[in-house]
Design a protein around this ligand. Structure first.
Ligand code: ATP
Ligand code: MG
Length: 409
């Protein structure tokens, strides 16, 4: 202890108290004494003591009671107390040690024992004080680190939210880009019912003009069917173009989603002499999904297959769907250029493209991968250079709780 330690003697015998005070001063301690327990707490409140020597036999309030009161006191409980005891006080000494006394010294007091026990008690207190300071510092450090961690966490959460929003915007932009690209095919799809309506109306007019007795109902029914077909296409386009960022998932038939996606691209595939084979499961394949997003994935895969077939002499795309518990699987294989193993490692990376600048953004597969992952599924590729590629989508079979880890991810 670098500062002079301060000791309080509590003993009703004035001669002993004075002699002890003198002795302790010769040991180098700052020392004071009180004769009556009544002034004990006021004195502790006035001065800070490092150690108390407390006589066990005191008038009015005995030393054991005082000891207990100190040990329960919020401010003073940590001051070490050495009990001054008579020869016959063994039981009481044991009680005092149990109640928190640091040590005891028998009367008559022998100087070397007194000196050694005071030094030991003060050294132990110094160690405890130092430990407490260190614990306090460490606790403060920990609190600061925790706060820092919480701040970092919050920042991460915000960044994650920003990322989610950016991803959703990306999906939307890419969808609108696909719509733009598909515009010609869609126009053709719409033209077909319009053409049939026109033909039917013309035939009706001609029949009326020529006064031919003709049952108009089948022709009008045909018109209605074509109007329905046209509005179906328009509705589908409207749904596909809508921002689905906040739409809920629902139970859908994968076969229907495949047909919807194909209907938007069929025309441009056929125009490029691409043969399309469908091997869809004969029964509905229910998945829990955002249908427009899954459709977006299929549009991306079909567009990639279309591009991979551009230079090939055999141009075939085969679409398959099947149930393989716990998964619903969709396979899209093409007889395109195929993908080398080195390139296969990169195709799901954002902005990776082998297409010319301005033709491919390199986002189709990374967006598709993200969508399928958000549906607790998995998107895989198998491909051989020069032979073609097969992209396989795994989605949980109705059951929302299946995770990609079941697949050994
Ligand atoms: N069916 C496929 N056959 C051969 N290569 C393919 C096939 N699908 C994808 N790829 C390769 O993967 C790359 C990345 O595909 P991705 O769809 O992510 O981007 P992209 O088609 O180049 O551009 P976009 O953003 O317009 O889709 C393609 O550039 C191509 O090299
Ligand atoms: Mg693409």
């Amino acid at each position: 202890m670098s500062q002079q330690a301060k000791i309080l003697i509590v003993d009703d015998d004035q001669l002993i108290s004075e002699a002890l005070t003198e002795l302790l001063r010769t040991f180098g301690y700052d020392c004071g004494f009180i004769l009556h327990p009544k002034v004990f707490f006021p004195r502790l409140s006035d001065e800070a003591f490092d150690l108390i020597l407390l006589d066990i036999n005191l008038p009015e309030i005995d030393g054991v009671t005082l000891l207990r009161q100190v040990k329960q006191h919020e401010t003073f409980q940590k001051i070490p107390i050495i009990m001054l005891t008579g020869a016959q006080d063994d039981e009481l000494v044991a009680t005092c040690l149990q109640d928190g006394a640091t040590d005891f010294i028998n009367k008559p007091i022998r100087t070397p024992i007194l000196k050694a026990r005071i030094a030991t008690a003060l050294a132990a207190k110094a160690t405890t004080d130092e430990l407490e300071v260190r614990v306090k510092e460490r606790t403060a450090d920990l609190i600061a680190s925790r706060k820092k961690l919480e701040d970092t966490n919050r920042q991460l959460e915000n960044s994650y939210q920003d990322l989610q929003n950016a991803q959703a915007q990306l999906i939307q932009s890419s969808k609108l880009a696909s719509l733009g690209e598909m515009a010609t095919g869609i126009a053709h799809e719409l033209n077909q019912p319009l053409f049939t309506i026109r033909m039917s109306a013309n035939n009706l007019i001609k029949a009326i003009e020529k006064n031919i007795s003709h049952n108009p109902i089948p022709s009008l029914q045909k018109v209605i069917r074509q109007v329905d077909r046209a509005s179906q296409i328009i509705n589908h386009l409207r749904t596909f173009g809508r921002d689905t960022q906040h739409s809920a998932k629902s139970e859908e038939d994968l076969n229907r989603i495949i047909e919807d996606a194909l209907s938007m691209l069929k025309e441009q595939l056929l125009k490029r002499n691409i043969e399309i084979t469908m091997e869809l499961s004969p029964t509905p394949l229910l998945i829990y999904c955002q249908p427009v997003q899954v459709e977006q994935v299929l549009v991306n895969l079909l567009t990639n297959a279309r591009d991979a077939l551009a230079t090939q002499s055999i141009k075939k795309i085969c679409l398959r769907s099947l149930r393989q518990d716990p998964w619903i699987i969709m396979e899209l294989s093409d007889t395109g250029t195929g993908i080398s193993p080195e390139i296969q490692e990169k195709i799901f990376d954002p902005f990776f493209t082998t297409k010319e600048v301005g033709i491919g953004t390199g986002l189709g597969l990374s967006i598709s991968y993200g969508i399928i992952r958000d549906h607790q599924g998995k998107l895989e590729v198998e491909s051989e250079l020069g032979q073609g590629s097969c992209f396989r989508i795994y989605l949980p079979n109705e059951n929302k709780n299946v995770t990609a880890s079941t697949l050994g991810d």
